[in-house]
Design a protein around this ligand. Sequence first.
Ligand SMILES: [Zn+2]
Length: 249
Amino acid sequence: MEGSFFKFEIFSDYPEVVQGISTRQYGNMSFQRGEIEKAKKNREQFIKDLEIKPENIIVADLVHGQNIALVDKSNVGKSALLKSSVIENTDGLVTKEAGIFLMITVADCFPLMAYDPVKKIIGAAHLGWRGIIAGIIPSFIEKFKQNGSSLENLLIGLGPGICQRHFVVKTDVLNQFSYFDSSSVFIRNKDGYVDLRKAIINTLNKMGIRKNNLEVSNYCPVCNNHLFGSHRVEQENAPISAAIIGLKG
Ligand SMILES: [Zn+2]
C-alpha cells in the first residue's frame, strides 16, 4: 500500500503507467448508491491524487458479463464525473492509446489490471463470480492478443477481492464453480465456499500467463475492512473502490 491508495508492484518499473485502487479513506466511488454529489467529490479527489484529469477517464458500466471494450480517444469526452458517461454493457476496458485512463469500480469483486509494455496496451476488468463463469478472463486476455500482444509479455495485477473464508455461496453458485474449477470449491460445516482468487489464478495460468508476470494481492475487503469497503459486510453502505489504470500521454 502506497500512501492512501493501493498500487501494484508489477507495473512500478514502468513510469508511463498511472495506476491506483482507492481505499475506503476516499469514500464511495459508485454512482449506483448513496449521494451522487458525494461520489463525484470522492472521485475528484482520487483522480487528483493520481495526477490525471477526470475528462480523460473512461468508465465501464459493469453488468457482470464478459464483454471487454477496446476504447480510444473517441470514447473520451463526458468525464468520469458524469453518471451518463459510462461505456455500456461492458465489464472491462482495453486501450492502445496513451493519455486516456480506464476506470472500473469494485467492492468484494476483483479488479484485474494488465499491461503489455512491448505493445503499450493496457486494460482493466471487473471480476465477480458471474463474470468469471461467463468467461470474462479469456475475453480480457483475448482482447490483448487480438491487438498484437504476446502472452509472455503481459504483466497482470489481481487486486483486493473477497477471500474463500468469506465467500459463502448457495448451491447453484457452488455447482457452477464445481464445474468451472473444482479445486476452487470447498464445503465446511455443510456450507459451500468458493475461492474466486484461486479460480482466477488457475484460469490465467491455464491460458499461459507466466507465474512471474502475475501479482496477486492478498487483501480481502472482509478481512481488511478497515482498508476496503465490502458489500458483504456493509451492504448498500459499502464505500465502493475505484480502480484506475492508463498510460501517461
Ligand atoms: Zn476475507
